[in-house]
Design a binder for this molecule. Sequence first.
Ligand SMILES: *Cc1c(COP(=O)(O)O)cnc(C)c1O
Length: 458
Amino acid sequence: MRLLLETWLETCPENLENWVIQQKDVKMTQQVQRSKSKLAFEEASKVIPGGVNSPVRAFRSVDGDPVFISRAKGSRVWDIDGNEYIDYVGSWGPAIVGHAHDEVLSAVFAVARNGITFGAPTELETKLAYSVLNYVPSMDMVRFVSSGTEACMSVLRVARAFTQRSKIIKFEGCYHGHGDMLLVKAGSGAATMGVPDSPGVPSGTASDTLTVAYNDLGAVAAMFEMYPNEIAALIIEPIVGNSGFIRPVPGFLEGLRALCDQFGALLIFDEVMTGFRVGLGGVQKLHGIKPDLTCLGKVIGGGMPLAAYGGRRDVMSKVAPSGPVYQAGTLSGNPVAVTCGLKTLEIVSQPQFFSILTTRTKMLIDGLKDSAQKNGIPFCADSEGGMFGFFFQNGPVKNFADAKKSDVTQFKKFFWGMLNRGVYLAPSAFEAGFVSAAHTEQDIAKTISLAFDVMKGL
Ligand SMILES: *Cc1c(COP(=O)(O)O)cnc(C)c1O
C-alpha cells in the first residue's frame, strides 16, 4: 500500500508548498523548549498532589513532565512556552467539534450572562434530555450528573436497588470512573474475586465486584453460573478506550445481552467515551444491541462538566424523587454545561459529520500503519468514528493482557518524538486517541509524515 501522503501530494500539488513550509517548522521544533512548563509543574506540585488534578495528565507513564497548556483552537493546542501542537487528546474525548468552536462559545457566553447555575430546573435540561433520548433509543429516561464517575456510580446503585442484588461484573482494563466498587482489577488470567486497585477502597466493597477478561464470554457465563441469583448488573465499555482501543469480537456483546437476560441481570453500556464519538447512537447503535442502562459523558458536555445515566423507564423510575434510590447534585444540569452539550450535539448531528470524521480518522490510522510497516516496526491500529488506538505489537489485541504485551519503550520514544515535532498524543501506551471535525486532511497528512520520520528513528 502506498503512503497516503504521497497520494495526497500527487492529487493536491497546490498543497506541496504548504507542506514544505511545515517541514521547515518541524526542523525548528526539534529544539523544542518547555522550560516554562517545567517550572509551572514544579510550582503546581507544591500544592496539588503530583502537580495535576487527574493522574494521567502527569506524564508519568512516559517518564517525563507534563506540558502546561495556555490555549486551544480547532485542532491545535499551545503550551505556555508558545509551542503549537496538533492535538489528538481533545481533552480525553469531549473536544469532538474542535477546541473553542465559535458557535459553541457564543451559545455558552449568551446563556452564562443570564446566570451560571440556579439549583432549580430549566427548560434546557428537558431539551437536552429529548435530544439524548432521540439519538440513543434504548434510553426512555435520563438523569444528568456532572462527571462520568458520578454517572457510573449512580447507575450501579440504581441497578442494585432494582434487582435487589449486590454483585456486579466488570471487565479487566475497562475504566468506569473512580467509584469504590469500580476501582478493581482482576488477578492474572482467570476470573477472580475483586481486589481493590487503590488503598482506601474497603475490601468489602470491592468483593462484590467480579472481574473477567474482555471478550471472554465463557468466563462471563461461568461467573453467572457461580452466582446465579446474586449479580445485579454487568457493566462494560462496549468498545474499550481505557486500555487502548479494543473492539468486541463478533458475538461478544450479543452473548452478554443473552446471559444478562437469562440470569436476570441488567446490562449496562458505559458509553461515556464512545457515546456521540463512534457515531450518533454510540456502540449500541452500531451493533444493534439494547442495553438496559447507559452511561454518557465526555462529548455530551462538549467540554463542560456534564454526564448522564439512563435507560429503561421501569428502572429509572426508581431514582429519587420518583423512587427511593437517592442521587443528587448541586450543579447537575446547570444551564451553561447543558447549553454547551446541546450545541455540541447539534453540530455532531449535522449530515455527514460522522462520515467525514470517520474517514479522517481512518486516514490517520492507515497512514500510521503504513509508516510502521515501511519501517519494519510491529504495530497495529484500529478506529471507529473519531476514536482510535494503536499498539506497538502485531496484535490482535482482544483484552488488557494482550494490550500489555505491547512494546511500551517504543511507544515512549514515539510519543516524545511526536511531541517534539508538534503532535500531542495521549501520554500513555494504553489510552485511545481522538480526532475532531477541526482536523483537516492536511493536519492528518502532516501527522503521518511526522510519524514516518519518528518511526524511521526507532
Ligand atoms: C472517562 C470515562 C469515565 C469517567 O468519566 P469522568 O468524567 O472522568 O469521571 C467513565 N467511563 C468511561 C468509559 C470513560 O472513558
